[in-house]
Design a protein around this ligand. Structure first.
Ligand code: AR6
Length: 172
Protein backbone atom coordinates (compact mmCIF):
# COMPACT_ATOMS: atom_id res chain seq x y z
CA UNK A 1 0.00 0.00 0.00
CA UNK A 2 2.65 2.50 1.02
CA UNK A 3 4.32 2.36 -2.40
CA UNK A 4 1.19 3.99 -3.84
CA UNK A 5 1.71 7.10 -1.71
CA UNK A 6 3.93 9.94 -2.84
CA UNK A 7 4.74 13.08 -0.88
CA UNK A 8 6.05 16.05 -2.83
CA UNK A 9 6.67 19.70 -2.11
CA UNK A 10 5.32 22.08 -4.73
CA UNK A 11 2.38 23.55 -6.60
CA UNK A 12 -0.57 21.23 -7.18
CA UNK A 13 -1.47 22.94 -10.47
CA UNK A 14 1.76 21.56 -11.98
CA UNK A 15 1.10 17.94 -11.06
CA UNK A 16 0.99 15.46 -13.94
CA UNK A 17 -1.78 13.26 -12.58
CA UNK A 18 -5.22 12.25 -13.85
CA UNK A 19 -7.03 14.33 -11.22
CA UNK A 20 -6.13 17.06 -8.77
CA UNK A 21 -8.28 17.85 -5.77
CA UNK A 22 -9.33 21.42 -5.06
CA UNK A 23 -9.93 22.73 -1.52
CA UNK A 24 -12.96 24.75 -2.56
CA UNK A 25 -15.81 26.46 -0.72
CA UNK A 26 -19.50 25.54 -0.88
CA UNK A 27 -20.19 27.99 -3.73
CA UNK A 28 -17.58 26.37 -6.05
CA UNK A 29 -17.11 29.84 -7.51
CA UNK A 30 -13.42 30.12 -6.72
CA UNK A 31 -11.53 31.87 -3.93
CA UNK A 32 -8.00 32.36 -2.63
CA UNK A 33 -5.30 29.83 -1.75
CA UNK A 34 -5.14 26.64 -3.73
CA UNK A 35 -8.63 27.27 -5.16
CA UNK A 36 -7.49 30.56 -6.69
CA UNK A 37 -4.32 28.95 -8.06
CA UNK A 38 -6.30 26.12 -9.68
CA UNK A 39 -8.81 28.48 -11.30
CA UNK A 40 -6.02 30.71 -12.62
CA UNK A 41 -4.11 27.78 -14.09
CA UNK A 42 -7.18 26.03 -15.53
CA UNK A 43 -8.58 29.16 -17.18
CA UNK A 44 -12.06 30.72 -17.21
CA UNK A 45 -13.80 27.62 -18.58
CA UNK A 46 -13.40 26.05 -15.15
CA UNK A 47 -15.55 28.71 -13.51
CA UNK A 48 -18.17 28.32 -16.24
CA UNK A 49 -18.42 24.64 -15.43
CA UNK A 50 -18.38 24.97 -11.63
CA UNK A 51 -21.09 27.63 -11.88
CA UNK A 52 -23.27 25.07 -13.64
CA UNK A 53 -22.53 22.45 -10.98
CA UNK A 54 -24.12 24.88 -8.53
CA UNK A 55 -22.25 24.32 -5.27
CA UNK A 56 -21.15 21.49 -3.01
CA UNK A 57 -21.90 20.77 0.66
CA UNK A 58 -19.04 20.46 3.15
CA UNK A 59 -17.48 16.99 3.07
CA UNK A 60 -18.76 16.14 -0.40
CA UNK A 61 -16.97 16.25 -3.79
CA UNK A 62 -17.85 17.28 -7.36
CA UNK A 63 -15.95 16.68 -10.60
CA UNK A 64 -15.09 19.07 -13.42
CA UNK A 65 -12.70 18.97 -16.32
CA UNK A 66 -9.16 20.30 -15.88
CA UNK A 67 -9.09 22.53 -18.99
CA UNK A 68 -5.57 24.09 -19.24
CA UNK A 69 -4.19 22.07 -16.33
CA UNK A 70 -1.99 19.04 -16.96
CA UNK A 71 -4.59 17.08 -14.96
CA UNK A 72 -7.61 15.89 -16.94
CA UNK A 73 -9.98 16.35 -13.99
CA UNK A 74 -10.44 18.58 -10.97
CA UNK A 75 -12.25 17.04 -8.01
CA UNK A 76 -13.65 19.89 -5.93
CA UNK A 77 -14.20 19.16 -2.28
CA UNK A 78 -15.18 21.45 0.57
CA UNK A 79 -13.33 21.05 3.83
CA UNK A 80 -14.71 22.10 7.20
CA UNK A 81 -13.80 25.41 8.81
CA UNK A 82 -11.94 24.55 12.05
CA UNK A 83 -14.03 25.80 14.98
CA UNK A 84 -12.16 24.15 17.84
CA UNK A 85 -12.83 20.51 17.04
CA UNK A 86 -16.31 20.00 18.51
CA UNK A 87 -18.26 20.71 15.32
CA UNK A 88 -17.71 17.41 13.53
CA UNK A 89 -14.65 18.81 11.77
CA UNK A 90 -12.67 15.55 11.82
CA UNK A 91 -15.46 13.47 10.31
CA UNK A 92 -16.15 16.10 7.66
CA UNK A 93 -12.48 16.25 6.68
CA UNK A 94 -12.31 12.44 6.45
CA UNK A 95 -15.42 12.56 4.24
CA UNK A 96 -13.61 14.97 1.88
CA UNK A 97 -10.77 12.51 1.32
CA UNK A 98 -13.02 9.46 1.01
CA UNK A 99 -15.54 11.13 -1.31
CA UNK A 100 -12.77 12.58 -3.51
CA UNK A 101 -11.19 9.15 -3.88
CA UNK A 102 -14.61 7.69 -4.64
CA UNK A 103 -15.11 10.27 -7.41
CA UNK A 104 -11.66 9.39 -8.79
CA UNK A 105 -12.70 5.74 -9.05
CA UNK A 106 -15.96 6.72 -10.80
CA UNK A 107 -14.19 8.75 -13.51
CA UNK A 108 -11.44 6.17 -13.93
CA UNK A 109 -8.65 8.37 -12.59
CA UNK A 110 -5.71 6.20 -11.58
CA UNK A 111 -3.51 8.95 -10.18
CA UNK A 112 -4.73 11.73 -7.91
CA UNK A 113 -3.08 14.63 -6.08
CA UNK A 114 -4.36 16.24 -2.88
CA UNK A 115 -3.53 19.55 -1.22
CA UNK A 116 -3.87 19.90 2.56
CA UNK A 117 -7.61 20.40 2.58
CA UNK A 118 -8.74 22.89 5.28
CA UNK A 119 -5.17 23.55 6.44
CA UNK A 120 -4.97 27.11 5.06
CA UNK A 121 -7.69 29.73 5.54
CA UNK A 122 -9.94 27.12 7.20
CA UNK A 123 -7.31 26.68 9.98
CA UNK A 124 -7.55 22.92 10.58
CA UNK A 125 -4.46 21.93 12.65
CA UNK A 126 -1.92 20.61 10.13
CA UNK A 127 -0.74 17.49 11.93
CA UNK A 128 -4.24 16.23 12.76
CA UNK A 129 -5.42 17.02 9.22
CA UNK A 130 -2.47 15.09 7.81
CA UNK A 131 -3.23 12.06 9.99
CA UNK A 132 -6.81 12.07 8.71
CA UNK A 133 -5.61 12.40 5.09
CA UNK A 134 -3.17 9.49 5.36
CA UNK A 135 -5.53 7.23 7.30
CA UNK A 136 -8.34 7.74 4.80
CA UNK A 137 -6.01 7.14 1.84
CA UNK A 138 -4.71 3.94 3.44
CA UNK A 139 -8.17 2.56 4.20
CA UNK A 140 -9.44 3.45 0.73
CA UNK A 141 -6.48 1.94 -1.12
CA UNK A 142 -6.90 -1.30 0.81
CA UNK A 143 -10.29 -1.82 -0.81
CA UNK A 144 -9.91 -0.09 -4.21
CA UNK A 145 -7.25 -1.45 -6.52
CA UNK A 146 -7.81 0.90 -9.47
CA UNK A 147 -6.06 3.83 -7.80
CA UNK A 148 -2.37 3.51 -8.57
CA UNK A 149 -0.97 6.63 -6.97
CA UNK A 150 -2.03 9.17 -4.37
CA UNK A 151 0.19 12.26 -4.31
CA UNK A 152 0.14 14.56 -1.29
CA UNK A 153 1.32 17.97 -2.41
CA UNK A 154 2.88 19.98 0.41
CA UNK A 155 3.03 23.73 0.11
CA UNK A 156 6.28 24.62 1.87
CA UNK A 157 8.89 22.84 3.93
CA UNK A 158 6.96 22.74 7.20
CA UNK A 159 4.09 20.91 5.56
CA UNK A 160 6.54 18.52 3.85
CA UNK A 161 8.14 17.60 7.18
CA UNK A 162 4.74 17.06 8.82
CA UNK A 163 3.56 14.81 5.96
CA UNK A 164 6.76 12.77 6.09
CA UNK A 165 6.48 12.28 9.86
CA UNK A 166 2.82 11.31 9.73
CA UNK A 167 3.48 8.96 6.78
CA UNK A 168 6.08 7.12 8.85
CA UNK A 169 3.58 6.74 11.69
CA UNK A 170 0.55 5.71 9.64
CA UNK A 171 2.27 3.51 7.06
CA UNK A 172 5.42 2.56 9.00
N1 AR6 B 1 -0.49 24.00 -4.40
C1 AR6 B 1 -0.59 23.20 -3.33
N2 AR6 B 1 -1.01 23.61 -2.12
C2 AR6 B 1 -1.35 24.91 -1.99
C3 AR6 B 1 -1.29 25.84 -3.06
C4 AR6 B 1 -0.83 25.33 -4.32
N3 AR6 B 1 -0.73 26.10 -5.40
N4 AR6 B 1 -1.70 27.04 -2.61
C5 AR6 B 1 -2.00 26.90 -1.29
N5 AR6 B 1 -1.78 25.61 -0.92
P1 AR6 B 1 -6.41 26.95 1.39
P2 AR6 B 1 -8.66 25.75 2.90
C6 AR6 B 1 -1.99 24.98 0.39
O1 AR6 B 1 -6.47 28.18 2.22
O2 AR6 B 1 -7.94 25.92 4.18
C7 AR6 B 1 -10.20 29.29 -0.53
O3 AR6 B 1 -10.39 30.66 -0.64
C8 AR6 B 1 -2.02 25.84 1.62
O4 AR6 B 1 -0.70 26.10 2.11
O5 AR6 B 1 -6.23 27.09 -0.07
O6 AR6 B 1 -9.34 24.45 2.61
C9 AR6 B 1 -11.44 28.49 -0.85
O7 AR6 B 1 -12.24 29.12 -1.85
C10 AR6 B 1 -2.80 24.97 2.60
O8 AR6 B 1 -1.94 24.01 3.24
O9 AR6 B 1 -7.75 26.04 1.59
C11 AR6 B 1 -12.15 28.42 0.46
O10 AR6 B 1 -12.92 29.59 0.69
C12 AR6 B 1 -3.76 24.20 1.70
O11 AR6 B 1 -3.29 24.41 0.36
C13 AR6 B 1 -11.03 28.36 1.45
O12 AR6 B 1 -9.91 28.97 0.82
C14 AR6 B 1 -5.20 24.66 1.80
O13 AR6 B 1 -5.27 26.05 2.00
C15 AR6 B 1 -10.66 26.94 1.78
O14 AR6 B 1 -9.73 26.91 2.82
Amino acid sequence: MKEKIEIVEGDITKQEVDAIVNAANTSLLGGGGVDGAIHRAAGPELLEETRKIGGCPTGEARVSKGYRLPAKWVIHTVGPVWRGGQKNEETLLANCYRNSLQEAVKIGAKTIAFPGISTGVYSFPLERATEIAMTEAKTFLESHETIEEVVFVCFGEKALKTYQDVFARVFG
